[in-house]
Design a protein around this ligand. Structure first.
Ligand code: ZN
Length: 431
């Protein structure tokens, strides 16, 4: 057995020496991972039975990997877990790798879950590191060696083009977002788990959140307008369940106070939110979604074990819920497809065309293509986009129709719209 040893300087070494007597969990998950470490561990996961593929590369050429852990029987439900979108949020990266190890049976058995049951009908896809350039900068900076508010490393949140990848889901301008979006289109997950860390109070070491910030974990479902009510409902149910599990004490913080952001199930209050977040975008395109965040930005390696374990437990609780409600998730996806088509005027379908310089129109069409929105050539050679289009109607309307309900509301809130014309110099005309 090959072991990975991380020295106190954070250097990754390979070793054949037995580490008997050392607690492996702390050894592995206590530290901030480097992109190189993620490659080593994902190679180990491949040897243990996962399907591991390089699905793309970052701007600086680092690999973005997809770890697929197949169902042990016929897969019914697909879960996609996304980590490492922000380079200064290290715990989810370690957590997603730890989860994969758990599911593949590497390391100690988990006493809380029957992991074979969790995998029986569920295919688990994991992207442990979406923004390797950001994490590389964070890792190389060494700022994680001790906690401190001044070490939040904002500059490592973004990718090498200084773009926040979790605000790039409308136009998909970055290679990292494009890679992830194309995976999303391929996998068509029933559930997307979006793992992050959040900012808390400053000071060195950072202080515990006070009573006004009395939460250590934040869970957010999909309370957004335009998301199919069935998806909102099941996202809410999933969030409630995961919150309960964490509050029960499976999190190392003991009974944690989970903060929930939610508009609730169907019929309850909904939030108008821009479609440029992974969480809104994935929900609009048919995935039940849960955002899990632990307090972690600026903490460096402080309480790393606790933060990682909380994320792992949130993932395991999700998989447990999915295993028990597989049929619900399948039905919800069907309901969403119907809902998506009804977003266009019921009486008539919509048709749009684009005007502008050829290069700008091409740029706009590329965005549509990346989203899987189809167009044809009109009699005068200009593109014609007809809606509804199964599964992408919501996204298409957000990009094309300035007067659609979503854009109207976002304009009022000064949080949008995210029309194509914001990204390239094209005029969209309704035909
Ligand atoms: Zn984040």
């Amino acid at each position: 057995m090959m072991y990975i040893v991380i020295t106190s300087d954070g250097e990754v070494l390979m070793s054949n020496v037995s580490l008997e007597g050392l607690p492996p969990y702390r050894l592995h998950y206590y530290r901030v991972a480097s992109p190189a470490y993620v490659e080593i561990v994902t190679d180990m996961l491949r040897e243990a039975g996962a399907e591991v593929n390089v699905i793309g590369r970052s701007i600086e050429g680092r690999t973005i990997r997809h770890v697929m852990i197949p169902a042990t029987e016929e897969p019914l439900v697909r879960v996609l877990i996304v980590a490492g979108i922000h380079g200064n949020e290290p715990a989810p990266v370690q957590a997603s790798l730890a989860l994969a190890r758990e599911l593949l049976g590497i390391g100690e058995p988990n006493p809380s879950f029957d992991l074979r049951e969790l995998r029986r009908f569920t295919e688990v896809s994991i992207v442990p590191l979406t923004n390797p350039d950001g994490l590389f900068r964070y890792y190389s900076s060494g700022e994680w060696r001790s906690p401190g508010w001044e070490r939040a490393c904002e500059s490592c949140r973004v990718n090498a083009s200084f773009v926040d990848l979790n605000r790039d889901w409308a136009y998909l301008t970055q290679p990292e977002t494009r890679v992830l979006h194309s995976l999303l289109t391929r996998v068509k997950p029933h559930v997307v788990l979006d793992l992050h860390e959040f900012y808390a109070r400053g000071g060195c070491p950072p202080r515990w959140a006070n009573e006004t910030e009395g939460f250590l974990v934040t869970l957010t479902d999909a309370p957004y307008a335009w998301v199919a009510p069935e998806i909102r409902g099941v996202s809410h149910d999933l969030m409630t369940y995961v919150g309960k599990v964490l509050d029960k004490g499976l999190s190392p913080w003991g009974p944690v106070k989970t903060r929930h952001f939610s508009g609730g199930g169907s019929g309850e209050e909904v939030v108008w939110a821009p479609p440029n977040y992974l969480g809104t975008h994935a929900a609009l395109e048919g995935s039940t979604k849960l955002l899990v965040e632990t307090w972690g930005v600026g903490l460096g390696e402080w309480m790393m074990c606790d933060r990682v374990t909380t994320h792992v437990n949130a993932c395991l609780a999700t998989l447990e819920y999915v295993a028990r409600h597989a049929e619900t998730f399948i039905k919800v996806k069907e309901a969403w497809l119907k809902h998506d088509e009804t977003l266009t005027n019921k009486a008539s379908s919509r048709t749009f065309t684009l005007e502008g310089e050829e290069s700008e129109v091409r740029k706009a069409l590329k965005v549509l293509e990346l989203h899987g929105i189809k167009y044809e050539e009109g009699t005068d050679g200009s593109p014609v986009i007809k809606l509804p289009q199964t599964g992408v109607t919501a996204t298409a309307l957000a990009l094309l129709d300035s007067d659609c309900e979503l854009n109207k509301e976002l304009r009022k809130l000064k949080r949008g719209p995210y029309l194509l014309s914001r990204y390239c110099r094209v005029r969209v005309k309704s035909l």
